[in-house]
Design a protein around this ligand. Structure first.
Ligand SMILES: [Zn+2]
Ligand SMILES: [Zn+2]
Length: 176
């Protein structure tokens, strides 16, 4: 999934078709590693315009991310458009691209996987859930409440289980 910029310019084609599908183990964004549960597919075009190299594409892949409540692995299918100018990082001038999307590449090749990883952040759902009704983990004992109810809530009045900080409060109330 590599596009050679040199070749793009040498061929003097103003448009090339993208149609890739590749098995990739994981995709990295910042320091987060997301395992892929499907091939990474990209279709669309890369064109050379007066303003620079422009990508107009659609990507499709499934990542594995932890459920926000119970931390269990969840497969998250993603499908979205990637459109913007491809700019060599050192050539980037913010004012030139102010309202336009720009993606960076380094050297003479455009690494599509690397480009797609730059788009992961704003296309990830804000909350990943294994199930809308996921009960999550108990804050006190860490038990997965989807599997079994723990006894934390029932025993809150039990002297043995009560949090020492709360016990002081309880004493306070008793005095009054
Ligand atoms: Zn869950
Ligand atoms: Zn518990």
């Amino acid at each position: 999934m590599v596009i050679s910029v040199e070749e793009l310019i040498r061929l003097k084609k103003d448009k090339i078709e993208l149609d890739f599908s590749e098995n990739i183990e994981s995709i990295v964004y910042n320091d987060d590693v997301y395992k892929l549960a499907s091939p990474l597919s990209i279709t669309g075009t890369i064109s050379t315009t007066k303003q620079g190299i422009y990508i107009d594409s659609n990507v499709d892949y499934t990542i594995v991310a932890p459920c926000s409540r119970c931390l269990k692995d969840v497969e998250v299918p993603l499908n979205y458009d990637v459109q913007g100018f491809l700019v060599e990082e050192e050539d980037f001038r913010e004012d030139e691209f102010e309202d336009l999307d720009a993606f960076f590449y380094n050297g003479s090749d455009i690494e599509l996987v690397e480009l797609i990883s730059q788009t992961l952040d704003f296309n990830l759902p804000t909350k990943v859930l294994c199930n809308e009704s996921c009960k999550g983990l108990c804050y006190t004992c860490g038990a997965d409440l989807n599997i079994n109810e723990c006894s934390c809530n029932k025993d809150t009045n039990d002297e043995e289980h009560i949090d020492p900080r709360l016990a002081k409060l309880k004493d306070l109330f008793n005095k009054e």
